[in-house]
Design a protein around this ligand. Sequence first.
Ligand code: P6P
Length: 335
Amino acid sequence: MQPITLTRFLIEQQRRENSACPAELRLLIETVARACKTVTHAISKGALGDVLGSLGSENVQGEVQKKLDVIANEILLDANEWGGHLAAMASEEMETIHRIPNRYPKGEYLMLFDPIDGSSNIDVDLSVGTIFSVLRAPEDASGRDVTEEDFLQPGTEQVAAGYAIYGPQTLLVLSLGDGVYEFTLDREMGAWRMTDGPLKIPSGNREVAINMARRAQWSPAIRRYIDERVGCESGPLAGEYNMRWTGSMVADIHRILKRGGVFLYPADHRSPGKARLRLLYEANPMSYLIEQAGGKAIDGRERIMEAQPIGLHQRIGVALGDPHEVDALLDHVVA
Ligand code: P6P
């Protein structure tokens, strides 16, 4: 018996009493999944498909745009704007929101996405991914133009989140609020097939993901937490930890969901608000998945998903993964 498809999983979720997956949300997830198949097809062409390299332009973040950043952004916009399930979209690659054109019906959901996370890895054939987060549009939005403020909801308001990871396999990992499930792309049939779930972060894997080159930005508490684990020659944890840093949050978070560990990208404690990762379409969706898998996700002190957003592209420090590791970090913060 072949593992069940994403379509069957979503229909069975929709049939459940008090379902967390109404038909419109099922349609949205299936549409995003189909768009991710198109993205992985483009990525896998590599140099043969004129999809590598940079465009010579910068995005709203001031980062050099890779060709695939823009290609993937267009794929997700084109796939999702006509189905009638969304009221608007927002993306790392777009300065402001993308409203659903008047020629199409508007739906009740808002979607934010990072079309290609880790895009600096594309040209060297390392794993990259697409991250998405789904919110409900405010009740009154149906009678007016959606605004940027409608997207500024805490992560606790998410109704679904997930990522596609384009690596040795192409995977889709998502949650609708009742567990995290992994689907592998069956390239022969073009179907997403469930291959794991509900995922629970394995406890006790002593593996830290952090970019050591940013040490000068860390608070004293983060330095103490890392120094007693990594590169230390004495102390109770000396020699107990390993390190991984892929440059793609999707790849690091997927590893943590599958085999445990902790991921940190601290904010720059020398200038509050200066951080690397974006709250709405990186930190919140990943925090949603980590918490659904039994982990914890904090900004270095507070729960990420309770942060009240003030801007579409605002950034935040993150520490997420094994709850015991996040608690150990918090012990240093309050010490
Ligand atoms: P650094 C990729 O650009 C990203 O947003 C995350 O996917 C990744 O974890 C991080 O930035 C890498 O940052 O400073 O190591 O290049």
